[in-house]
Ligand binder design. Sequence first.
Ligand SMILES: Cc1cc2nc3c(=O)[nH]c(=O)nc-3n(C[C@H](O)[C@H](O)[C@H](O)COP(=O)(O)OP(=O)(O)OC[C@H]3O[C@@H](n4cnc5c(N)ncnc54)[C@H](O)[C@@H]3O)c2cc1C
Length: 364
Amino acid sequence: MKVQRNVALGPLTTFGVGGPAERFVTAKDLDELKQALQQARTNTWPVFVLGHGSNVVVSDSGVRGLVIRLALRGISHQRTKQGLEVSAAAGENWDDLVLHTVQKQWSGLENLSGIPGTVGGAVVQNVGAYGQELHHLVQSVDAISSADGSLKTFSVEECKFSYRNSFFKSLEPQTYIVTSVRLLLDTNGQPSVSYQDMRGGLARHFAGHDSVTLQEVREAVLEIRRSKGMVIEPNANNLKSVGSFFVNPVVSAQHFEKIKRVAGRDSAKMEALMPWFWPQSDGRVKISAAFLMEYTPYRRGFTKGRVGISPRHTLGIVNLGGARAAEIVDFAREIQTVVFDLFGVLLEPEAKLVGFEKYPLLEP
Ligand SMILES: Cc1cc2nc3c(=O)[nH]c(=O)nc-3n(C[C@H](O)[C@H](O)[C@H](O)COP(=O)(O)OP(=O)(O)OC[C@H]3O[C@@H](n4cnc5c(N)ncnc54)[C@H](O)[C@@H]3O)c2cc1C
């Protein structure tokens, strides 16, 4: 295991921006990860863990300390009283795991097909798509402490999963690094999300079908994702983005009424963009961030210099080629400002911003 100096991080991320890692190492197994963390502790280097870089914006000045690229591999399964327990190491490619389970007729992950990144990144971000969220399937998560190298198994409660968030994502600095996850899947071969609960065009896709296989769900998800430029494919001209830049905000019922009033000034647009809100069990309402943006100049296809909004996906801020991280975060801050001025909603990023001396976006 060799620690390298000044390794460019841009090419290791899907946004393709950012400066170098001061020090960089790839950990292929738990022993190498332990060694890397030990070295970081001895030299008091701050640690940043990188998966496949599909949810990070690296600053132009790069990242100080030690960047550890996780490449821990391994997938196994065992039958338990509750169902089928599948264990996957954090460095596995997420979609390879999904494909593996679909081929085996194990249900649970099919709606999460085509999400870029590693298994570890998926846990940290509690990935979700088309009505499914990863935390519904998690039994436990193994992680290593960067502070002392000890290993700990986190119960699902301890993971504190919420919408696109977890205990691990909120840690600053990263005191726990996810090394593997155990998922509980069903072996009945039936799609885990009912048609009515499928989101983002999937329910429409299957309207009128009597039964649907896991493979059909996977193919439909991939087809819809491709149409939005939301898959990263080898040798393809992929959009350079982090997928959705902002998370969907959740607002009070009162605030929702205000948003409806403002949006209702263009009632045809409001109707055309349905569904754009989802009532939550606590009385609050989740709003589509893309819906709010569509009322501003920052709509699909809008460009400014070397950055813009994907022509196929409003939430996709894209690097059109050669952009710097500063241009991306400036653009994102402009969007935050106009959406806030219009609707009183502060959009928050889904991606991790790393290496910035000062947090470059608006904060609540
Ligand atoms: C085209 C596109 C489409 C996308 N679609 C979706 C989608 O539908 N749904 C969705 O939820 N997300 C989506 N994403 C976002 C992204 O794919 C996920 O968040 C993914 O899980 C990130 O994994 P990664 O390995 O690339 O993480 P990275 O980008 O490498 O890291 C992201 C964050 O997680 C931390 N991290 C990574 N691995 C570990 C670990 N093992 N332990 C501790 N911390 C860790 C990193 O330090 C960083 O803070 C999309 C992204 C793109 C580019």
